[in-house]
Design a protein around this ligand. Structure first.
Ligand SMILES: Cc1cc2nc3c(=O)[nH]c(=O)nc-3n(C[C@H](O)[C@H](O)[C@H](O)COP(=O)(O)OP(=O)(O)OC[C@H]3O[C@@H](n4cnc5c(N)ncnc54)[C@H](O)[C@@H]3O)c2cc1C
Length: 503
């Protein structure tokens, strides 16, 4: 069996350079050449600025210094997402990262809390036990690694970052590790004449030919290799998630930097706000069946805090994924592989998963079908888990004030989501999965926010002393609030530890 000798990456957006960095960090670039082709003329999509905690693990695995990265990308810390007006108007809930367990195990805490609620003893909200939620409420921040052994040790964080600066940073990193960059526009993809064609080379507008024995398609929504050349079909999930466009605009930095993304439901979709050190990212994700581009732009502009810095830009998209994200000698990664609307900021994570799983299954040049099948199954599971989690934000709404929300309420749920929610109602937890992104605290926060609760608490906590456990929970809650009061505000933390020098 022949080992791979040359891997070609098409695309230099966040995905392409993240892919180059992760590959170059894992393989010997003297034995396996890695070449990335990108076209400045085409450019990148330029959005994708809110991440989830595994992004921090990726930076650590590359040996990237977190402070240096934050300074270079104008990043701020993200403790979770605040959801406003999703269940009904003027109701807000928070999806925190990390766990809520109050020094017990997560399931016991949830059921003890549930027992109090069901008995009408409403002395606390579930999120009073989430360190991330309490920090976010007070707009304060301390990294969990700096406070070991305290109540904040269960917290986790991700980053809000400038997508353009991230690609630039990772490009530098990858090039230093031996990745070759070629500027040029791919005009033609040469494939073998075969019943199951493989990619042979990329032909650039300049006439140059780039050969390789494995190709990674990071060409964004164009999907030039996995879609156009290899014809991997697309599974469309728009029936479940009808939003298909976004209008985006940047505005000046917020005076106090909230350590969370804000997602506000609107009449035909929702609006994001992502605070960076030097500016704020904003966008309205909407379903074009229910609102025009002009109306969506108007709504976005009338709901922005501070001055806008750019002209509004419309980005069309389709929610779904390729049936085979690995086909023949090519994987699609990032937007080329699929896209689920950005409500839970999961696209960069899915791209990371695509690369990490490729490294896990790393093939010889024959690309054994068993590896391909396993890869495709794992990626499908990742995409479907996230799809289901996002559908629930819409499908459990009690809103009835627009045709859009009426549609969302009546959508047929995928069987996997029906099963998850049924299980949740029975157990207060979600079925175990292999390496899920969203764990119990995420589902509990979302379900609580969308008014989905088990109708009974678990019998196994009947033995717990109600008075003692209530006392413990009340003490924990108070201690957590007063501990958080002692840590710096998010803004002060950034100023003192990782402010970017260019504003
Ligand atoms: C509205 C919206 C909001 C989003 N928000 C988030 C978020 O908050 N969090 C998150 O994780 N993700 C988010 N995403 C997704 C995120 O933007 C992408 O995952 C991320 O930017 C990576 O994109 P990419 O690199 O796959 O594609 P792109 O950035 O489009 O890059 C494609 C690359 O391919 C190159 N290319 C294309 N065609 C050719 C050709 N013919 N020849 C040579 N080069 C070519 C381009 O030059 C470019 O370098 C969002 C996406 C959208 C649409």
């Amino acid at each position: 069996m022949k080992p791979l000798q040359k891997i070609v990456i098409l695309g230099g957006g966040t995905t392409g350079w993240m892919c180059a960095a992760m590959l170059a960090n894992s393989v010997n670039t003297k034995r396996i050449n890695i070449e990335l082709v990108e076209s400045e003329q085409i450019g990148t999509i330029g959005v994708g600025e809110s991440t989830v905690p595994p992004f921090m693990d990726m930076l650590a695995s590359l040996g990237i210094d977190e402070v240096e990265f934050i300074q270079a990308t104008q990043a701020t810390f993200k403790l979770g997402i605040q959801f406003k007006d999703w269940l009904k108007k003027d109701e807000t809930f928070f999806h925190p990262f990390g766990r809520a367990e109050a020094g017990m195990d997560e399931l016991s805490l949830y059921h003890l809390w549930l027992r109090a609620q069901l008995n009408g003893d409403t002395f606390s909200r579930f999120l009073d036990y989430s360190p991330n939620s309490v920090m976010a409420q007070q707009k304060r921040f301390a990294p969990y690694k700096a406070v070991p052994g305290t109540l904040l040790a269960d917290s986790r964080y991700a980053l809000h970052l400038d997508a353009g600066l991230v690609a630039k940073y990772l490009r530098n990193f990858a090039q230093q590790k031996g990745v070759k960059r070629t500027e040029g526009k791919v005009e033609k993809v040469n494939t073998s004449i075969d019943t199951a064609p493989r990619i042979l080379s990329l032909q650039l507008e300049s006439g140059q030919t780039i050969n390789g024995d494995f190709f990674i398609d990071c060409s964004g929504f164009r999907a030039l290799l996995i879609g156009d050349a290899l014809q991997s079909s697309f599974t469309d999930w728009s029936t479940y998630l009808p939003c298909n466009r976004a209008v985006t605009v940047q505005s000046e930095a917020l005076p106090e930097l909230p350590p969370y993304t804000k997602a506000t439901a609107q009449l035909a979709g929702w609006q994001w706000r992502i605070p960076l050190q030097h500016r704020t990212g904003n966008g309205y994700v909407y379903a074009s069946k229910y609102i025009s581009d002009e109306q969506a732009t108007q709504t976005l502009l009338s709901n922005i805090q501070g001055k806008t810095l750019t002209e509004p830009r419309i980005i069309p998209f389709t929610t779904g994924m390729r049936k085979q994200v690995w086909k023949a000698n090519c994987i699609g990664v990032g937007l080329a592989a699929g896209f689920i609307e950005p409500l839970e900021s999961t696209a960069i994570h899915l791209a990371m998963r695509g690369i990490a799983e490729f490294l896990q299954q790393f093939p010889h040049s024959d690309c054994n079908p068993a590896l391909i099948n396993e890869y495709n199954a794992r990626l499908q599971q990742d995409y479907e888990e996230i799809r289901d989690f996002i559908i629930l934000h819409y499908a459990a709404t009690e809103r009835n004030d627009s045709d859009f929300w009426a549609y969302c309420k009546n959508v047929d749920w995928p069987a996997s989501l029906v099963q998850t929610v049924e299980y949740f109602k029975a157990r207060g937890d979600v079925p175990r999965k292999l390496a899920p992104l969203f764990e119990s605290t995420s589902w509990r926060s979302l379900c609580e926010g969308m008014n989905i609760r088990p109708s009974a608490y678990s019998a196994f906590i009947e033995n717990a002393d109600y008075k003692a456990s209530k006392q413990h929970m009340q003490n924990y809650k108070q201690q957590l609030v007063s501990l958080v009061k002692q840590i710096p505000t998010h803004k002060a933390f950034i100023e003192q530890n990782c402010a970017s020098s260019s504003k």
